[in-house]
Write a protein that binds this ligand. Structure first.
Ligand SMILES: Nc1nc2c(ncn2[C@@H]2O[C@H](COP(=O)(O)OP(=O)(O)O)[C@@H](O)[C@H]2O)c(=O)[nH]1
Ligand SMILES: [Mg+2]
Ligand SMILES: [Zn+2]
Length: 304
C-alpha cells in the first residue's frame, strides 16, 4: 500500500467530525483533511451522509477525506442556531418514499403533500407508501392512493404486520438511493427492518409527552441493502418541508398541475380564485383532484 493511495466511496454515517465511508474494499472511518475543513467553512457541514468522497488511506480501516464530489441534489433544513442558514441533511438521494399510516397516526394528506413538495424542490422522485393497511378497510385509503397515482406518483399500500405490499416496497427501492420520510410512528423504521432483516433499527418511538427526550438521535443514516440500493431512515425531518419554498413557485411543484400552468387568463395567476384560472377549472370538472387543490390553497396561504 503506497502512502498516498486513495479510494472513493459513499458516506453512510456521520458523527462529529468522523465519517463512515463505504467503498469497494469495505468500510472506512474517515476524518476531514484540515484544508477541506477550512475551504468549505461557509458550507456547514462540508460533508454529509450520501456524499461521494475521495479519501487517502491511512490504515486498513481509516482514511482522510480530501475531496467531495458535486452533489446531484440535497435535502436541507434551517440551521437550529441561525434559521437563515441552510443545513444540508443528506445528499444524492434519488427518491423520497413518503410514508403515511392508514391509522395510528391518522392519515393526513397535508403531511404527504408537504414531504412531496420538499422532494420536488430537492429534485428527488416522490413515492407514497401507505402503511398499516391491516388497521382499516381498503375503501378508506384506496381513494387517497388513487389521488396520488393520478398526480403521477408511485403509490404503494402495505402492512408490516401482514406482509401485504412489502414486495412492492422492495421493488420500488431496489438499486436506488431512497430516503424514508414521514411523521413519527407511521412505520418507517419497521418497513426498513422488514426489507433488510438484521438492521434492527429501533422502532416504536411515538412522539408525545412520554416519548419526548428519550430518543435523542436525529441523524440520518444510509443503510446498504443486500438486494441492491440504499435506504436512509430519517427520525427528525419535521423541519424539512417548506422553509425554502416561495408561494409563487408552489404550483410548479405539483406535477399534475404542470400541463395547466400558463393557461390561466392572467399571466401572474396564483390559482387561488382568480377569474379564468385553468387550474381551478380543471378542479371543477374533475381533471385535477380537489383534495390536492384544497391542500394547495392551505399551503399557499401558509406561505404568504
Ligand atoms: N398495525 C401496524 N403497526 C405497525 C405497522 N408498521 C409499524 N407498526 C407499528 O407502529 C409503531 C411505529 O413504528 P416505527 O417503525 O417506529 O415508525 P417510525 O417512527 O415511522 O419509524 C411501532 O409500534 C410499530 O410496531 C403496520 O404495518 N401495522
Ligand atoms: Mg423510526
Ligand atoms: Zn390559475
Amino acid at each position: 500500500m503506497s502512502a498516498e493511495e486513495s479510494l472513493t466511496g459513499r458516506v453512510l454515517r456521520a458523527y462529529g467530525n468522523r465519517f463512515i465511508v463505504q467503498t469497494s474494499r469495505g468500510v472506512f472511518d474517515c476524518r476531514l483533511r484540515g484544508k477541506l475543513r477550512l475551504h468549505t467553512r461557509a458550507q456547514k457541514p462540508p460533508v454529509v451522509v450520501g456524499d461521494r468522497v475521495r479519501f487517502v488511506i491511512e490504515d486498513p480501516s481509516h482514511g482522510i477525506i480530501e475531496e467531495v464530489a458535486a452533489r446531484r441534489n440535497k435535502l436541507s433544513r434551517p440551521d437550529v442556531n441561525n434559521p437563515d442558514l441552510e443545513k444540508v441533511i443528506v445528499a444524492n438521494v434519488e427518491q423520497m418514499v413518503v410514508v403515511a399510516a392508514v391509522d395510528k397516526p391518522r392519515l393526513k394528506t397535508g403531511a404527504i403533500d408537504r414531504f412531496l413538495l420538499a422532494a420536488e424542490k430537492s429534485g428527488m422522485d416522490g413515492c407514497v407508501c401507505i402503511n398499516k393497511t391491516d388497521l382499516d378497510t381498503a375503501a378508506k385509503y384506496d381513494r387517497i392512493a388513487a389521488v396520488y397515482r393520478a398526480a403521477g406518483y408511485t403509490v404503494i399500500t402495505c402492512s408490516v404486520v401482514t406482509g401485504e405490499g412489502m414486495a412492492d416496497v422492495r421493488r420500488a427501492v431496489r438499486y436506488r438511493v431512497s430516503l424514508f420520510a414521514g411523521h413519527s410512528g407511521v412505520g418507517k423504521s419497521s418497513i426498513i427492518n422488514c426489507l433488510q432483516p438484521g438492521l434492527k433499527i429501533r422502532t416504536g418511538e411515538i412522539s408525545g409527552a412520554t416519548g419526548k427526550g428519550i430518543h435523542t438521535t436525529t441523524a440520518v443514516e444510509l443503510h446498504p441493502l443486500d438486494f441492491g440500493g440504499y435506504i436512509a431512515d430519517s427520525p427528525g425531518l419535521r423541519e424539512v418541508g417548506l422553509w425554502d419554498i416561495d408561494a409563487d413557485e408552489l404550483a410548479g411543484l405539483y406535477p399534475e398541475m404542470a400541463p395547466y400552468l400558463g393557461e390561466c387568463r392572467f399571466r401572474n395567476c396564483v390559482h387561488v380564485g382568480e377569474p379564468g384560472c385553468a387550474i381551478k377549472a380543471a378542479v371543477e370538472d374533475g381533471r385535477l383532484a380537489r383534495l390536492r387543490y384544497d391542500g394547495y390553497l392551505r399551503i399557499y396561504h401558509s406561505l404568504k
